[in-house]
Design a protein around this ligand. Structure first.
Ligand code: PLP
Length: 395
């Protein structure tokens, strides 16, 4: 049975070009970039070339690019670093109720350490307004962290408008752009953000590598201390093969961004048309501002999404109930609850995220399989419901 992979928001396949670019750095060019001899310097050159290329891809300066172990580290580092940088000013942070756990859990831990966090509630589509943000700002606000694109419903937020508010108040702005980079145009200057997180494996690069863009170079407080790599700000021997692979994949994706977006949106439209033929299937997120090829729904009559994911898995179709980190959880996603969906509807969520390797035939086949699975689960629920006949008392 052919595998149909429709979970590109969870992770993506390493591109062939990225793999080929990485290979020499495993066995031929394996020098340590911190070594003084020329063999080490060859690795250092590769590293700095990647820094330049990544900077160019997102409209930054090379000095503003730091390589990390992925989106989680970039989020943690930005948030914790700003807290330490601004400790004299205050302990108030603003975020949203629909952030990824890499941000959410970090903020929860900071709350235990005495920080106060305001969680802005998104509207039904997953949008936050500039007015909402402005109203939450206080004298002691030191950081606003709001994601560029949501990983459960695919909404793309107006970060440019939100960052303009914080600039006016001289408050630092971080955005988690993990789901956006490589999928929609992202330019740090146009967005006006101070910090931005990237993860390699979301755009056909390798896993375990990412980027933190920081507009305040040389002011970051290290999360990892040690040998002083990355200008003394992020210690640990640089993962050269992964950095090279991520850079290659980023350029490759950005090079064909427009065609990819059109293609993926075509697949998304097709899936939406097919699934919404069935009553009780509701698309979630913002139809006007969303990631390309990102389909998300809440579905009536599905007590929890795992039932649906498992049924499709039996047919080798890989989809998600929401974010990968809660894939096995039977609880509704905090994102859907924050958007105002209530249980049981919020528990019956489905996310299908396409990549350019998906074909129109895949979509047609998967759509039929999803509809059949929904009907099967609904029928099972009806047959399991307690039978009341014979027990009804006439009054
Ligand atoms: N932020 C968002 C929005 C994500 O979707 C993810 C991954 O799912 C992360 C952060 C974490 O990134 P990584 O897997 O590179 O640690």
């Amino acid at each position: 049975m052919k595998r149909i992979y429709m979970d590109h928001a969870a992770t993506t396949q390493l591109s062939q070009k990225a793999l080929e670019a990485m290979l020499p750095y495993f066995r031929e060019e394996y020098g340590n970039p911190s070594a003084v001899y020329s063999y080490g310097q060859a690795a250092k050159n590769a590293l700095e070339k990647c820094r330049n290329r990544v900077a160019k891809a997102i409209g930054a300066l090379p000095t503003e690019i730091y390589f990390t172990s992925g989106g989680t580290e970039s989020d943690n580092w930005a948030i914790r670093s700003i807290c330490r940088m601004k400790c004299e000013k205050g302990k108030h942070i603003i975020t949203t109720q629909m952030e990824h756990n890499a941000v959410r859990r970090t903020l929860e831990q900071l709350e235990e350490d005495g920080y106060e966090v305001t969680y802005l509630q998104p509207d039904r589509r997953g949008q936050i307004t500039a007015e909402q943000l402005e109203a939450a700002i206080r004298e002691d606000t030191i950081l606003v962290t709001i994601m560029l694109a949501n990983n459960v419903v695919g909404t793309v937020l107006d970060i440019r408008a939100l960052a303009a508010v914080t600039r006016k108040h001289r408050i630092l702005f971080h955005t988690d752009a993990v789901q956006a980079v490589g999928h929609i145009p992202v330019n740090v200057r146009q967005l006006g953000v101070d910090f931005l997180s990237i993860s390699g494996h979301k755009f056909n690069g390798p896993k375990g590598v990412g980027v933190l863009f920081c507009k305040l170079p040389n002011r970051l407080r290290p999360l990892l201390t040690g040998g002083g790599q990355e200008k003394e700000e992020r210690s640990g021997t640089e993962n050269i093969p992964a950095i090279v692979g991520m850079t290659e994949a980023l350029e490759e994706n950005i090079g064909s961004l427009k065609e990819n977006m059109e293609y993926l949106n075509g697949l998304m439209k097709r899936m939406n048309e097919s699934l919404t033929e069935l009553p009780g299937v509701y698309p979630t997120g913002d139809p006007a501002h969303r990631l390309p090829g990102f389909c998300s729904y809440v579905i009536e009559g599905i007590p929890h999404s795992v039932l649906l994911v498992n049924k499709l898995n039996e047919q080798n179709i890989c989809v998600s109930s929401g974010s990968a980190c809660s894939a096995s959880s039977k609880e509704a996603s905090h994102v859907l609850l924050s958007l105002g969906y209530e249980n049981p509807l919020a528990s019956g969520a489905l996310r299908l995220t396409f990549g350019i390797d998906n074909t129109e035939d895949d979509v047609i086949h998967a759509a039929e399989a999803v509809k059949a699975a929904i009907q099967m689960i609904r029928a099972e629920q009806v047959s399991r419901a307690p039978r009341l006949e014979g027990r009804v008392t006439e009054i």
